[in-house]
Ligand binder design. Structure first.
Ligand code: ZN
Length: 228
């Protein structure tokens, strides 16, 4: 009933997670202006995009895209902060839904059998209470119907926090951090590996090289954001 919604908006006003303007009833998380101005990469129109260039060494990597650009000081970085640090994983589902709706017509999801969100270490997941990538995956799955597998691969060593380390150090540090836990499900599949923010690509590299140890696996990559 409309009056109940009106009352709810009055008692619990919602604000845009980017510009803090008060949201209208039809808006979710982002106001219409911030939604239109979201710095989309449109990588799906560019098969040889910047993210794909990092992954070209593997012929088994089919496609790669990121939904929007992440600038550290940019106003849209607040979306990632809400998702990862302020306990709002539902923002991930919302953005996943949005990205999938916009990307679907490009054929980006065609032929993909399952979605694998990049896992966090057990310790990190316990601390945060959730894996933000699982929530993004839910949004994509809702729109595309592709199933999610969260028990096919695990992060065996706690190497989540690498911010202070240099690039070379990071690469060394990501060797052998993932482990396949359900090879049967993965065999012969085209997997969509999903990350929140692609930075150096080190985590994706480590994850892909582990996934490719399973026979017949092909991988495509979706990152919610590409750090610049
Ligand atoms: Zn806004």
């Amino acid at each position: 009933m409309q009056w109940i919604n009106d009352l709810k908006e009055l008692l619990f006003p919602r604000y845009c997670k980017v510009c803090r303007r008060r949201l209208m009833q039809s808006e979710q998380h982002l106001c219409i202006n911030c939604l239109l101005d979201l710095p989309r990469t449109h990588y799906e129109r560019e098969p040889n995009n910047l993210l794909m260039q990092h992954l070209m060494e593997w012929p088994e990597v089919i496609r790669a895209t990121a939904y929007f650009y992440y600038y550290k000081e940019g106003k849209y970085s607040s979306l990632i902060h809400h998702l990862k640090y302020y306990d709002h994983p539902e923002v991930g589902t919302y953005l996943g839904r949005l990205a999938a709706t916009e990307l679907k017509a490009s054929g980006f999801f065609d032929g993909i059998d399952l979605i694998i969100p990049v896992p966090l270490s057990k310790k990190k997941q316990r601390q945060r209470g959730y894996n933000q990538c699982d929530y993004i995956a839910r949004g994509i799955s809702e729109i595309t119907g592709i199933i999610i597998c969260t028990d096919c691969i695990e992060r065996s060593i706690n190497t989540d926090t690498q911010t202070a380390k240099g690039r070379i150090e990071r690469w060394k540090n990501t060797e052998g951090i993932f482990r396949i836990t359900n090879a049967e499900t993965l065999k012969g599949k085209h997997i969509l590996l999903l990350d929140d923010v692609a930075t150096t690509g080190a985590t994706l590299h480590a994850c892909i090289s582990t996934l490719l140890t399973v026979p017949g696996v092909r991988v495509s990559v979706f990152a919610l954001a590409k750090a610049t």
